[in-house]
Design a protein around this ligand. Structure first.
Ligand SMILES: *Cc1c(COP(=O)(O)O)cnc(C)c1O
Length: 367
């Protein structure tokens, strides 16, 4: 018999996301518009691409396991002590490190119901006990989360600001209020994957520090480097050094390291991408409105489009869009799943979505 641990044996053999590639293989043809994973089709800085191309020739070397240069660059960019920065294989990789540090069999943790699923995936992998709190009017419910964390004695509270899948956000003052009331033995994992798109009022000062706060950021979204797998945490030096106890020390590849360095140095490119995304979000909103859907306000590179129907309708709509070559996703649970979630992107992708939408709605209504 395969000697899986009883924990591993109890887990489903699935990962949180079915990739668009798997869908393409099943359909037998590629998507023409890839708008389901909040990838940034505007792409990375040309300087990052050049640095990675050059870095490829040195791929025979291991990367620096301390990620020294990138940590120093992020430290200088944010004005935060480098000892407070931890680098990892994207936020997803960092979440695994965090969950491993703070949960074991039976440890309670709290997250919004229907939030970004990778946190829960890792908690399940370490046998933690997941407690979920419903959204309140499409916003993560700060008071509900606090109350659940307090009553369950949770070791970790996870939420994203801005949120995925809804795109909504809280002001920094609300997040500060949450941090002030954090139970004394609870660590807050604040996922800031979309923070570059958020209004200033939603962003905690970079140097903001609390002994049990971990902020997670990535080069996957605004910096357009999802395939490179690199992200960072801003936390305390104590927590950052705790990462070193369990992290995959050569996990960040050296091409991603040099790419991230060059991307960070090209803030002009980032500003241009941010403007293009905001304009694309407005286009998505207009397309949705033209076809009877309601765009939710978004501080991210996607928009949740409220169909006013239920999850079954949205599933049919998502499938019909896929059949037409347009990859989008939808939230997993009610009542969020009355929406589909569409990533923003260059005009030709928005046009592909617009072209496919009316027939897809008709198909979803017909069934
Ligand atoms: C996309 C996304 C991530 C994944 O980030 P990586 O750095 O690519 O692992 C994490 N959290 C949220 C909320 C996301 O939407």
């Amino acid at each position: 018999m395969l000697p899986l641990t009883s924990l591993a044996a109890s887990l489903p053999a699935t990962v949180p996301f079915v990739g668009p590639e798997a869908q393409e293989r099943a359909m037998g043809y590629p998507f023409s518009a890839r708008l389901g994973a909040n990838e940034n089709a505007f792409g990375p800085s040309p300087k990052a691409i050049a640095a990675m191309a050059e870095g490829a020739a040195e791929i025979w070397r291991y990367g620096d396991p301390e990620n020294h240069d990138l940590r120093e660059a992020i430290s200088a960019h944010l004005g935060v002590d480098g000892a407070r920065i931890g680098i990892g294989e994207g936020i997803d990789g960092l979440l695994q490190v965090i969950v491993r540090l703070f949960t074991t069999s039976g440890t309670p943790v709290v997250t919004p119901h229907g939030a970004y699923p990778t946190f829960v995936y890792h908690v399940n992998g370490f046998g933690g006990q997941v407690i979920t709190v419903p959204y309140a009017n499409d916003f993560e419910d700060i008071d509900g989360l606090l109350s659940a964390a307090t009553h369950s004695d949770a070791s970790l509270l996870y939420l994203a600001n801005p949120d995925n899948p809804m795109g909504t956000w809280h002001n920094a003052s609300e997040i500060e209020r949450l941090i002030e009331r954090l139970p004394p033995d609870c660590v807050l994992a604040l996922d800031e994957a979309y923070i570059e798109f958020a209004p200033d009022s939603a962003v905690l000062p970079a140097a903001f520090e609390h002994p049990r706060l971990i902020r997670l950021r990535t080069f996957s979204k605004a910096y357009g480097m999802a395939g490179a797998r690199i992200g960072y945490a801003i936390t305390t030096s104590e927590i950052a050094s705790a990462f070193d106890r369990v992290r995959n020390h050569f996990g960040v590849n050296r091409v991603a390291q040099v790419g991230a360095l060059a991307a960070l140095a090209d803030q002009d490119h980032l500003e241009g991408v941010k403007r293009a995304i905001m304009s694309s979000n407005a286009t998505l909103g207009a397309i949705a409105t033209d076809h009877g859907l309601v765009p939710l306000p978004s501080a991210a590179n996607f928009v949740a489009l409220d169909t006013g129907r239920d999850g079954e309708f949205c599933k049919r709509l998502t499938t019909a869009l896929a059949t037409a070559g347009v990859f989008v996703r939808m939230p997993g649970v009610a009542p969020l799943n009355r929406c589909i979630r569409v990533s923003s992107g260059p005009p030709q992708l928005m046009e592909a979505f617009e072209a496919a939408l009316p027939d897809a709605i008709a198909a979803a209504e017909a069934e």
